[in-house]
Design a protein around this ligand. Structure first.
Ligand code: Y39
Ligand code: FE
Ligand code: FE
Length: 229
């Protein structure tokens, strides 16, 4: 009979709350930046502006939800740490937006960051406190819609986007691995293992690349850039 290991986590221990102050901040900052990114994407894709404004609105409500998770545990999020954590990815998005590179912006936000969110939230749900679990379950459903938006747009524009997607993947996938390594210890304290995060991320990202139109061979080659972080 399969055994489910009983997980006992002391959500009020100083160790837990200290790790939570950084992970919670990352999620809050990530949701805020996702909001900003979808607003910017809306300006770059006028025919999708309303759609993207809807996604942005969801990100803002995710941010509020995760702020309430921190308050519920009486944790003060370390926002300075979180801004530093996202700075490379944030800069790359900003540069791409300035250059009008909508494909790169979509790869960063709608593929890479959404897959990161999907992996993190799915791994968090079984080890979250009851309050945070309910919120995260609702949030993760939206993140699949955000990923789907990016997939659909890139699929419809695949031939014209392919080269830019490969370049953007090469530039940004290693950053995700560095970010994962940076939070691995804190994630472990929350009951989330790095191996599981990597696995879920790669499954979601590989599936997304496949849905967009990349071959298995392309996906293998593109995924390998994660390994050289
Ligand atoms: O689209 C979104 O809502 C994404 C911004 C949110 C990113 C969340 C990043 C989660 C990383 C947490 C790492 C914990 C191990
Ligand atoms: Fe979100
Ligand atoms: Fe999202």
């Amino acid at each position: 009979m399969p055994q489910v290991e009983a997980i006992t986590i002391d959500f009020q221990s100083e160790t837990y709350k200290d790790a939570y102050s950084r992970i919670n901040a990352i999620v809050i900052e990530g949701e805020q930046e996702a909001y900003d990114n979808y607003i910017k994407l809306g300006a770059m894709l006028p025919e999708q502006q309303e759609n993207l404004a809807g996604l942005a609105k969801m990100e803002m409500s995710h941010k509020r939800g995760f702020q309430s998770c921190g308050r519920n545990l009486t944790v003060t999020p370390d926002m300075e740490f979180a801004q530093e954590f996202f700075s490379s990815l944030h800069q790359n998005f900003k540069d791409a937006a300035t250059e009008g590179k909508v494909v790169t912006c979509l790869l960063i936000q709608s593929l890479i960051i959404e897959c990161f969110a999907i992996a993190a939230y799915n791994i968090y749900i079984p080890v979250a406190d009851d309050f945070a679990r309910k919120i995260t379950e609702r949030v993760v459903k939206d993140e699949y819609m955000h990923l789907n938006f990016g997939e659909e747009w890139l699929k419809a524009n695949f031939e014209a986007s392919k080269t830019e997607l490969e370049t953007a993947n090469r530039q940004n996938l290693p950053i995700i691995w560095r970010m994962l390594n940076q939070v691995a210890d804190d994630a472990h304290i929350l009951g989330m293992e790095k191996e599981a995060l990597v696995e879920d991320f790669m499954i979601a990202y590989g599936e997304a690349l496949s849905n967009i139109g990349f071959s298995t061979r392309d996906i293998m080659r593109m995924s390998a850039y994660g390994l050289i972080a």
